[in-house]
Design a protein around this ligand. Structure first.
Ligand code: SF4
Length: 375
């Protein structure tokens, strides 16, 4: 049976995307890491039994979200495929975001697919090894990412490439877009820095530079064989609409992956903003509003970049927290947003990055600090 499309009526009841940070362990030391990853698992990482119980709790949502298994490096968990398999058995679609380390083998990708993963997310932050490896802190990281792209293609696993935009690479958007053109990817997700973890303030771009990047992304989205979306920059939706574009219009020549985890989300909207998809009006999925995050130790947050603790699994059910936590409830209604976002006619389809508002002001309902559309 095809899943029902996600609609605005789902916001108070079900997340669209459920991010589970299965571990903080990772062998890379990336400059902007949200998790401030460490080499070994944290002592309070959830056991296999508790992780499986979490998946069963997620299955209790009236409409099951897609789970993104993230980290750290999810491949650092020996029981990862068992956890994925439990999600699959419960009818939950999933995606996996492995780090570019020797653990990311063809065999690991094959096992992930066999366990039920229907899409892979991987990071490419520059058009070449020089830029990307400097960003990631490891020589050979770009080559490994390219190898991972090949594994995914060989296994017919759809790929979302994630790129973090900072002062170091904002001028390279076109070059990165070109490199991705031949990789058979499904989606390019461009993440705009939220200064938490190792994401440091001094490499954050200005609101004017956002507009320049938006312009490059929009132009590229017209011709590239993959969809383009933004993460933590929902005002890209406004930019696209103001150019006369449709933030959910599909690229003409994008490969079709109808059963992938990302495609499920794309049939309604891409969290964080989009320019691709199936032509529906954007919904305004954002932190705590269609998105939920559970950390390696069961701590529950509205998003991975919004460290406002709302509960802890297994003491708290994720269903109960999503539906009843005052933080989630406040985030789910854009009429609660303050400053320019509260007055903006685009607040229900944009609303600004709640994570960046919190990181820079301490108030998750404050105006998006990096939007100057209303000025
Ligand atoms: S003012 Fe806020 S809601 Fe309006 S476009 Fe900017 S970020 Fe979005």
């Amino acid at each position: 049976m095809r899943p029902q499309p996600y609609t605005p009526e789902d916001f108070p009841k079900n997340p669209l995307m459920f991010y589970y940070e299965v571990t903080r362990a990772c062998d890379l030391v990336c400059k902007h890491c949200r998790a401030s990853a460490q080499e070994d698992p944290a002592p309070d990482e959830m056991s296999t039994e508790t992780a499986l119980a979490l998946i069963e709790d997620v299955a209790r949502f009236p409409r099951k979200p897609t789970i993104c298994f993230t980290g750290g490096d999810p491949l650092k968990r020996a029981d990862l495929f068992e956890i994925i398999r439990r999600a699959t058995d419960l009818g939950i679609g999933s995606a996996l975001t492995p780090s570019a380390t020797p653990l990311a083998t063809f065999e690991a990708f094959k096992k992930a697919k066999e366990a039920g993963v229907s899409a892979i997310g991987l990071s490419i932050d520059g058009p070449n090894a020089e830029v990307h490896d400097a960003f990631r802190g490891f020589d050979g990281s770009f080559a490994k990412a390219m190898e991972m792209l090949r594994y995914a293609r060989d296994l017919e696993l759809p790929v979302q490439v994630n790129t973090s935009i900072t002062r170091r690479n904002a001028h390279l958007v076109d070059e990165i877009a070109e490199v991705l053109a031949d990789q058979g990817i499904m989606m390019w997700s461009v993440f705009f820095l939220v200064p938490v973890g190792r994401g440091v303030e001094e490499i954050r771009i200005t609101p004017a530079e956002y507009r320049q990047v938006f312009a490059r992304l929009y132009e590229r989205s017209q011709t590239m064989p993959y969809s383009v979306r933004t993460t933590e920059a929902p005002h890209y939706r406004r930019y696209v609409l103001e150019q006369g574009g449709n933030p959910t219009a599909a690229p003409k020549n994008r490969p079709s992956f109808p059963n992938s985890a990302f495609a499920a989300a794309m049939k309604t909207e891409r969290p964080g903003g989009s320019a691709g998809g199936h032509g529906r009006a954007p919904l305004g999925v954002t932190d705590g509003r269609g998105i939920m995050f559970v950390g390696h130790n069961g701590e529950i947050y509205p998003a991975g970049f919004l460290p406002v603790l709302c509960g802890k699994f297994p003491t708290d059910s994720v269903v109960d927290v999503y539906q009843n936590s005052p933080v989630f409830k406040a985030l789910q209604n854009p009429d609660n947003y303050k400053g320019i976002c509260g007055k903006c006619e685009y607040r229900h389809i944009c609303g600004g990055s709640r994570s960046r508002a919190y990181a820079l002001t301490g108030d998750y309902l404050a105006a998006e600090p990096d939007c100057d559309f209303e000025k």
